[in-house]
Design a protein around this ligand. Structure first.
Ligand code: DO4
Ligand code: MG
Length: 291
């Protein structure tokens, strides 16, 4: 079971999407209202949704044809880095210009350290949803999407569901100096989340999700790669425990868990590229690139 938000006339609406892709409008204004209603009824969120949709009629529409919005209004998006060997290799390539004998880098150290890399990625105003445009920075010539599993947290730091995130990144800016990380990661429309949230209780195993990245340019596919979250070096609760330590979380804080997919090193995004990131049990997050 997944939850989506969509524009229904002038109002933002919440709906449940079943595993057979049927869409049921829900009465709650957002997932938090649904969770509170479930709690009052002594039900889990999934139990509440199943009770709501039993005997009701699904919308006569494919969910992807709705005007989808980010599935949660995330006040903040944080991100973990170098949580996959593939990211470690790519960061080392940027930082050393591809020299294999450069010695241990910060990235090698953080990959093995007890404390993970966690950085501030985005705010509500900087984050776009499915179908939205992600922007390129004007002062970078090496930019890529980073497809990541996203954890949707409540204010207590519990993982309530999983979504997909795109941690847009400038490889040249970060490679020049790791202290430039905030500029390599945070700008207007540099983060995207969606298209749905899969409820925790409806997720079999978050450590076994195939994730794929496709990039289309003039309708030709120019990047087509995939990996699996089973390659994650860390546990999800370990990442959350570092994020929430002495910190303030909100209902809807999203934590991206790092990328396992990096396009070939000579690839950079261009305006009008179409990015598709897919995790089958969540959906496909599609965004177009603008200058
Ligand atoms: O160190 C930079 C961040 C790496 C990152 O965003 C990732 O591994 O996904
Ligand atoms: Mg990343």
């Amino acid at each position: 079971m997944r939850l989506i938000q969509y524009q229904d006339g002038v109002r933002k609406a919440l709906a449940a999407v079943t595993d057979d892709e049927a869409v049921y409008a829900l009465e709650d204004k957002d997932i938090w209202a649904l969770f509170r209603r479930a709690e009052r009824q002594g039900l889990t969120p999934l139990g509440q949704i199943n009770a709501d949709i039993a005997g009701s009629t699904p919308l006569n529409k494919e969910w992807n044809s709705l005007e989808l919005l980010a599935p949660v209004d995330a006040p903040e998006v944080w991100a973990a880095g170098v949580t996959y060997q593939r990211s470690r290799e790519a960061r080392n390539y940027e930082a050393t210009g591809g020299k294999a004998d450069a010695g241990a880098t910060f990235y090698d150290l953080v990959y093995d350290a007890e404390r993970p890399e966690i950085f501030f990625k985005s705010t509500l105003a900087r984050t776009v949803g499915p179908g939205g445009s992600v922007k390129l920075r004007s002062d970078s010539s090496w930019q890529v999407p980073e497809p990541e599993l996203g954890l949707v947290l409540n204010e207590g730091g519990d993982i309530v569901g999983y979504t997909i995130g795109n941690d847009m990144s400038c490889r040249d800016i970060e490679g020049e100096n790791p202290l430039y990380l905030p500029q390599a990661k945070v700008w207007k429309q540099s983060c995207s989340i969606g298209p749905a949230i899969r409820l925790v209780e409806a997720t079999q195993n978050p450590y076994d999700l195939d994730i794929s990245l496709r990039i289309y340019r003039d309708e030709e596919i120019v990047v087509d790669i995939g990996a699996n979250t089973g390659l994650l070096k860390r546990r999800l609760d370990e990442l959350v425990s570092f994020l929430k330590r002495d910190n303030l979380l909100f209902d809807g804080t999203v934590l991206l868990t790092g990328t396992c997919l990096v396009p070939q090193d000579d690839f950079t995004l261009r305006p009008n590229d179409r990015i598709e990131i897919e995790i089958k049990s969540i959906g496909t997050l599609m965004n177009t690139v603008v200058a």
